[in-house]
Ligand binder design. Structure first.
Ligand code: SF4
Ligand code: SF4
Length: 63
């Protein structure tokens, strides 16, 4: 399975990753930054979030 992590200090809240994630597990938290809001184990490891984020906030690793 895959584990996605977000360096939230790098997130500027653009929201692009939320729309891009095919698994629909990303969302915006109350503080206006991206977070994993769905089931983390649904991550498919596609790295679309990595490619989409302009601030290189995402890391996806196989665990
Ligand atoms: S790797 Fe793919 S499925 Fe996983 S959080 Fe990123 S965009 Fe979503
Ligand atoms: S694409 Fe990057 S900067 Fe934009 S909301 Fe997602 S994590 Fe934040």
């Amino acid at each position: 399975m895959y584990m996605v992590s977000i360096d939230r200090d790098k997130c500027d809240g653009c929201g692009a990753c939320v729309d891009a994630c095919p698994a629909g597990i990303l969302g915006m938290a109350d503080d206006g930054k991206a977070d994993v809001v769905g089931e983390a184990y649904d991550c498919m490891g596609c790295e679309t979030c990595v490619a989409t984020c302009p601030n290189e906030a995402y890391t996806v690793s196989e665990v």
